[in-house]
Design a protein around this ligand. Structure first.
Ligand SMILES: [Zn+2]
Length: 446
């Protein structure tokens, strides 16, 4: 840790955050203790109000905006009325259902060996706690920041954000309008540590329906087997690979990022990565970040072994890169069906899709370079990365807030898993990164 690089204000803020550690941990635990996955309960509203209670304790006064009887979106602004910039911290209050296979209770927020366990620990009640306490620390010290800092806790992210970030953009844009935004979703990459994410891929879920002709299974050649037609199509898709566009960061550039972060020569890094094999998290991560991926997720067809099936349905999850249109995946499958002579039996439709987004020229973007520098100084080596999942960042970028980053505490691969957990050290580090990035991005009055 290079604390020497911090100036006097920054050092005071870091010290203040260390003093607030217990309050930070308690806030995260309290948020986990509010189950907020069921729209029939007030969970999402209660999370917003629990964050609001902490802000009030530190003399910051939030407003609540109901987008649904059980969802309150929180907005709190602190700082100078006027200033060169506004910075938005965005986090979502909802979680996914707990699911099976937990070895701890998902809603008691138990602490074991310096980790807080529970549904939402990384996705993303940890992130909300850190961004909230960062603003509280700045407020406690009355740091004379220029511009203002906005805390926005939204609902509905796991259901695509219509009643959360999209609702805020459509209804209270003036309150959340900013020059830069940080989404505090987890951005840690396994054993490597924190990353700074400048973009995200988009899902394009496609349903393929293949028709055949029914016949008795004892004389199969009379019929046309829809499952066999589907298998041929899927095999052709796998052999051809989905359409490609140049990724925002190439594989070579990513290897260079990793090499620079850990201080080794790129060829050494490349050898280390190759040694890990094709299925190592780092190789799989690089692959997912630089290519459009395809996962055949479901397949259904047939009614009995002795009937030639006349219908087969498959669903495919493509993850497309920024710059690609979901329609390209439809066209890709349709052209394969034509090649196989199946176009009249095959229907291809989009089930759900949105485009990938990224911050243009992210290496020159004032917020992203500030955030990157703060992470490197306060936490350690980091890289620019692209999240393989979708976050509310895509909605903000589409609304014109292109200078949007995803950075937050915890390991992103633990999101949506059983025994989800976040390290207390990660919470503390992220709180410092948020506060110092805000100071540097907004500026302090002399
Ligand atoms: Zn999330």
């Amino acid at each position: 840790m290079t604390i020497l690089a911090l100036n006097e204000w920054e050092q005071r803020v870091v010290n203040r955050i260390d003093e607030l550690k217990d309050e930070l941990v308690l806030l995260c635990q309290d948020l986990i203790r509010i189950p907020s996955w069921d729209r029939q309960t007030r969970g999402e509203a209660e999370v917003a109000h629990r964050v609001g209670k902490t802000l009030e304790t530190h003399d910051i006064h939030p407003e609540y905006f109901a987008s649904h009887p059980n969802i309150d979106n929180l907005v709190a602004t602190w700082g100078a009325e006027k200033g060169p910039r506004r910075l938005l911290f965005n986090g979502h209050s909802d979680v996914i259902p707990p699911g099976e296979d937990w070895t701890v209770d998902p809603f008691t927020a138990e602490i074991r060996e310096e980790f807080i366990y529970g549904r939402g620990a990384v996705d993303m009640k940890g992130g909300i706690s850190s961004m909230t306490m960062a603003v509280c620390a700045l407020r406690d010290l009355d740091v004379p920041i220029q511009g203002s800092l906005i805390v926005n806790v939204v609902g509905d992210e796991e259901r695509q954000g219509q009643l959360g970030t999209t609702w805020c953009i459509d209804n209270i844009w003036e309150k959340i309008r900013a020059d830069g935004a940080i989404i505090s979703e987890p951005s840690g990459l396994g054993g490597f540590g924190p990353t700074v994410c400048f973009g995200e891929k988009g899902p394009a879920w496609v349903k393929v329906t293949m028709k055949g002709e029914k016949a008795h299974g004892s004389v199969p050649s009379i019929g046309k087997n829809a499952i066999e037609r589907m298998l041929q199509l899927l095999r052709a898709l796998r052999e051809t690979q989905p359409p490609r566009v140049p990724p925002p960061l190439s594989q070579d550039e990513l290897v260079q990022e990793f090499a620079a972060a850990v201080g080794v020569e790129p060829h050494v890094m490349k050898a280390l990565i190759e040694r890990g094999g094709k299925s190592s998290p780092i190789t799989a991560g690089i692959e997912a970040m630089t290519k459009t991926t395809m996962n055949i997720g479901t397949i259904q067809g047939g009614v009995a072994p002795n009937v030639v099936p006349d219908r087969c349905e498959a669903q495919i999850d493509f993850r497309i890169l920024p710059g690609q249109k979901p329609q390209e995946m439809i066209d890709f499958i349709a052209s394969m069906a034509v090649d196989l002579g199946y176009s009249e039996y095959c229907r291809v439709e989009l089930v759900e899709a949105f485009e990938g987004t990224s911050t243009p020229n992210f290496r020159q973007d004032p917020l992203l370079i500030t955030l990157f520098g703060s992470v490197r100084e306060l936490v350690g080596p980091t890289i620019f990365f692209m999240v393989p999942f979708a976050s509310d960042g895509r909605l903000l970028r589409k609304a014109g807030l292109t200078s949007t980053a995803v950075y937050g505490p915890g390991n992103l691969t633990l999101a949506h898993t059983a025994d989800e957990k976040v390290a207390i050290a990660d919470l503390l580090n992220a709180t410092k990164v948020f506060a110092i990035s805000a100071l540097r991005y907004l500026g302090v009055k002399e």
